[in-house]
Design a protein around this ligand. Structure first.
Ligand code: NAD
Ligand code: DAU
Length: 352
């Protein structure tokens, strides 16, 4: 996949991870043309891409991946060579209250993209690639030990992870049945600039700034493997260009944190940054009702991508978290913009 000129469709590019991927490709590959397709849901924000929006190799297309005829029409119009598919409903808690929205976007939306790509490329798959960006949550939950490898059986527990697992299966099935050249990556929890403040780290940063309660689910002993978003974007770039067709790669940070330990660290760092007394933000911690079907632990074995493609995280957690906190403190207008409107309604229903 090292064509010097190519028309590349990136879906979900106005979202958290997508915006970092779009920026990386627009800046690093001036000979490519990057088309960013996004319907701009509550999670999509073109502010995230202000610095690249005027680049001549970048085009934004507003549109919905659940609209099959629209998707067919843009594939015909632009004749894409490759797809990096990130558009999704991505928040587990929202999937518990509205599972169908996740089926529509994550399953039907992915199907529409697969059908359009197959139709456009069917006479010659050479040099074409469909890249599906997926999650480690498809593997379900680990106990106290062990890691998810590429061979771990799928065992999703939430409507979100079930919809992502389903879309992974369809991508693989299109590879087996129709020969569609695909790659899939399953990544652990990302954090960093532009992260929507419904997810643990940015949500708690925002609440600490505003001295609001920090609702820790259950006993807080749930474990996640955190990866800085720019390291995910670097991995996506590598897999898109150098990954093998019909392969899956796991991406993770080798960086496990129990939620409660992470939240206490965040409180400590925020107290320092905000010149507050040590221990002040920790007082905001409130243990609340657990998430139904809450996965105990995720931990990724990313040896395959390390050995085959030479990828490993470039940023330590300490560096990444500090960069993240600094970004949110310097971009409080961004936070205020995205926490108005629809978000207020969600927030009052979710944490009543
Ligand atoms: P996000 O919610 O921040 O962004 C999703 C983007 O998709 C938004 O810009 C939204 O407007 C767009 N979108 C949603 N529905 C759409 C539709 N029907 N048509 C067109 N666009 C639509 O998500 P994110 O956290 O950046 O995640 C991106 C991808 O990476 C997702 O596929 C997610 O499953 C996967 N992933 C996320 C993480 C994580 O920690 N955030 C980890 C592993 C994998
Ligand atoms: O593992 C990859 C996945 O990580 C991605 O596929 C998802 O798109 C992404 O949202 C994320 O899912 P999680 O459910 O792990 O992330 P979230 O930030 O919602 O929650 C992280 C942990 O913190 C989880 O154990 C639940 C807990 N939590 C979360 C929130 C929002 C709380 O205790 N309180 C909260 O208010």
């Amino acid at each position: 996949m090292n064509k010097t000129n190519q028309k590349l469709l990136i879906t979900g590019g106005a979202g958290f991870i997508g915006s970092h991927v779009v920026r990386r490709f627009v800046v690093n590959y001036p000979n490519y043309h990057i088309f960013n397709l996004d319907s701009l849901t509550y999670a999509g924000n073109l502010e995230n891409l202000k610095d690249v929006e005027k680049q001549s190799n970048y085009t934004f297309i507003k549109g919905d991946i659940t609209d099959a005829s629209f998707i067919d029409s843009i594939f015909k119009k632009y004749n894409f060579d490759g797809v990096i598919h990130l558009a999704a409903e991505s928040h587990v808690d929202r999937s518990i209250t509205n599972p169908l929205a996740f089926v529509k976007t994550n399953v039907i939306g992915t199907m529409n993209l697969l059908n359009a790509a197959k139709e456009l490329w069917k006479n010659d798959f050479t040099g074409k690639r469909f890249y599906h960006v997926s999650t480690d949550e498809v593997y379900g939950s680990l106990g106290e030990t062990g890691f998810f490898t590429e061979d771990t059986a799928y065992d999703p527990n939430s409507p979100y992870s079930a919809s992502k697992a389903s879309s992974d299966h369809f991508v693989r099935a299109y590879g087996e049945t129709y020969g569609l050249p695909y790659v899939i990556t399953n990544c652990s929890n990302n954090y960093g600039p532009n992260h929507f403040p419904e997810k643990l780290i940015p949500f708690f940063i925002n609440n600490i700034i505003n001295k609001k309660s920090l609702p820790v689910y259950g006993d807080g002993n749930y474990t996640r493997d955190w990866l800085f978003v720019l390291d995910h974007a670097i991995a996506i770039d590598l897999v898109f260009h150098k990954g093998k067709n019909h392969e899956t790669y796991n991406i993770g940070g080798f960086n496990e944190w129990k939620n409660i330990d992470l939240v206490k660290l965040l409180c400590k760092l925020m107290d320092q940054k905000l010149n507050r007394k040590e221990g002040e933000s920790e007082k905001l911690i409130a243990y609340v009702k657990d998430r139904p079907g809450h996965d105990l632990r995720y931990a990724i074995d990313s040896n395959k991508i390390n050995k085959e493609l030479g990828w490993k995280p470039s940023v330590t957690f300490e560096e990444g978290l500090e960069k993240t906190i600094d970004w949110f403190l310097e971009n409080q207008d961004w936070l205020e913009n995205v926490t108005s409107g629809d978000y207020q309604k969600y927030y009052s229903e979710m944490y009543q």
